[in-house]
Design a protein. Structure first.
Lengths: 275, 316
């Protein structure tokens, strides 16, 4: 049993979630009283969220609700925005990511990210995949070749690109580019993959492929996905958090949130009354 | 669809009809505009062609007086003696190359480092202050740099290298390097800043440090612009005249020694143009031959730049 769950604190985490603790699922991210400001704009308010391994956690909510901000806080990419201030704690595998001693590069080596718009580097497909391993010091050509094959297979794009690994990644279609970005992320074998609306720039068929991929990947990785698309959240996630105006309104198992939401605002959003 | 009018006095369509008379004139102008613009474009093309043709014509005349083998292979450039004149371009080329290489050795690392700082590390505020200053540096008249080389840099260098002559290749080379550094910094910074942020984010999210992002992602992505800036700057160094005329001396010599007096192609042209070389003399034609050689050098640089930037382009 996971001791951290038993703390007598008022948390938004529902009992369904606690059940996972009993199933021996390990806690990956534990967010406690996280606040974030862009200058004077209070963008995240007292966020408490627990994320477990080998699950897909979807974050939904209307535009500007803070869902992208939150996911970018998890690997501290948010700090690239000037004037960002945070308070509270995010523990990743038991260690506060805001600790001075926690190197941001170390964190990002464990927590990969896939962005809204595919952003391959203007290099060959091969070079894109090996970028991560290379900067972390892997030089052996044989090992790199193997990483490329495994990562591209992992991202379900190997068959499409295996004959043109040395071509520029920009020659790929948008959907292929996005799967290449996922492969690039897999190449350093992260523990968690953050996905920030990974399919919003893709056509329906590419979207379907990425969704299938997410299902496959959750066996090995913990995935947190921000999505605008509620059907997508319903299709692929195990848990769903509903964000509104910088607050977590509801966080529970996906089937529950879509069939029987506890909060009126969640219900209104899910049934399409706003957002 | 009827628009609700605030007053009943006019109809837009009527107004358009009224203006139609005028509009036919405007249409005529529209037809003329491309021709006028084409003419202005042709002016610069024709000027270039004219310059090249004059250069070629006079150069050919020069080669009727001096055999081309001598021009290309003779080891001495000594045009001022009518009887034993020697017209070997190599010493002048050596002077130009020495100075340009010293300039490049100074300018490329400093320029690139400044570009990386400005584009990847500097805050908006710092960039807004430093970039205009760099661009002002590029606007200083080169004669001022020439004096700076002769009266400040040379004495300073002589403290370190006592054998340095008053006129030498090192001092003007360094000063030309200082002169072209802002050019490399500013143009490379433009190239690096135009690399989309999404690429930096992609690399940072994989655990790269800022420096790794700059060197392994931004620099390669901007390489065509960076090479263009370097070649442009070196072309400028090759063509630079005043600094070498003031601080380089006027002794053409074919050696890799940077401490002794030299003469570059440009400085030679200045020397002859100032002097009293009579029209039609061999010396008079020699400046065209030297000018043409200079032109081939810069042309070669530009072609090289185009080739390299096409070859290494990383499109985004």
């Amino acid at each position: 049993m996971n001791a951290t769950i038993e703390k007598p604190r008022v948390r938004l985490v529902m009992t369904d979630t606690n059940r996972d603790a009993l199933q021996n699922k390990e806690l990956v991210y534990k967010t406690s009283e996280l606040n974030l400001w862009y200058g004077d704009n209070h963008a995240l308010k007292n966020i408490d969220l627990d994320i477990y391994e080998n699950e897909v956690t979807a974050i939904i909510g209307p535009s500007g609700c803070g869902k992208s901000t939150y996911i970018k806080t998890l690997n501290r990419m948010i700090e690239l925005v000037p004037g960002v201030k945070t308070s509270g704690k995010i523990e990743y595998r038991g260690r506060n990511i805001f600790d001075k001693s926690y190197g941001v590069e170390e964190l990002r080596t464990r927590v990969g990210m896939v962005f809204q718009k595919p952003n391959p580097f203007p290099k060959s497909i091969y070079e894109n995949v090996v970028y991560g391993p290379k900067i972390h010091g892997i030089k052996d050509k044989k090992v790199l070749d193997q990483i490329v094959e495994e990562s591209l297979k992992g991202a379900a794009i190997w068959d499409e690109v295996k004959d043109r690994l040395n071509e520029n990644a920009f020659g790929l279609s948008g959907g292929q580019q996005q799967r290449l970005c996922i492969a690039r992320c897999l190449a350093i074998e992260p523990d968690v993959i953050l996905m920030d609306e990974p399919t919003s720039a893709l056509d329906p068929i590419s979207t379907l492929k990425v969704e299938e991929l997410v299902q496959k990947l959750k066996k090995e990785f913990s995935i947190i996905i921000v999505t605008h698309n509620m059907q997508q959240a319903a299709r692929i996630s195990d848990k769903t958090a509903f964000f509104l105006n910088g607050e977590v309104i509801e966080f529970t198992n996906t089937d529950k949130i879509f069939s029987n939401p506890a909060d009126k605002r969640t219900e209104d959003y899910i049934t399409g009354r706003f957002g | 669809m009827a628009l609700q009018k605030t007053s009943n006095s006019f109809s837009v369509q009527e107004l358009i009809q009224k203006k139609k008379q005028k509009k036919s004139k405007i249409l005529q102008v529209e037809k003329i505009v491309p021709f006028v613009l084409l003419l202005t474009a042709i002016v610069s093309v024709l000027t270039t062609l004219g310059i090249v043709l004059t250069l070629i014509a006079e150069t050919i005349t020069f080669f009727t007086k001096v055999p081309i083998q001598e021009f290309l292979t003779a080891q001495k450039w000594y045009p001022f003696s009518e009887t034993q004149g020697s017209y070997g371009i190599l010493p002048l080329v050596a002077g130009t190359l020495k100075v340009s290489m010293i300039a490049a050795i100074v300018a490329v690392p400093i320029g690139l480092a400044s570009a990386i700082f400005l584009s990847e590390y500097a805050s908006d505020r710092t960039r807004r202050i430093i970039k205009p200053i760099l661009e002002v540096l590029a606007g200083i008249p080169t004669i001022v740099y020439g004096f700076f080389a002769l009266t400040f840099v040379t004495p300073l260098l002589r403290e370190i290298i006592p054998s340095l002559e008053i006129f030498n290749a090192l001092s003007p080379g360094i000063v030309i390097g200082i002169m072209i550094t802002p050019m490399i910094a500013s143009l490379s910074e433009d190239a690096m800043s135009s690399v989309p942020n999404s690429m930096r984010e992609g690399a940072l999210a994989l655990g790269s440090t800022k420096f790794e992002v700059a060197i392994k992602v931004v620099l390669p992505a901007a390489i065509s612009g960076i090479i263009a800036s370097i070649v442009l700057a070196i072309s400028r160094a090759i063509g630079e005249t005043m600094i070498v005329a003031v601080a380089g001396g006027s002794t053409p010599n074919l050696s890799w020694d940077v401490t002794s007096s030299i003469q570059t192609m440009t400085a030679y042209i200045v020397q002859v143009s100032q002097g009293d070389a009579g029209y039609g003399t061999t010396i008079y034609y020699s400046i065209y031959a030297v000018g043409f050689t200079l032109f081939l050098f810069t042309l070669g640089m530009n072609l090289l730049a185009q080739f390299i930037s096409r070859r290494f382009r990383e499109e985004y």
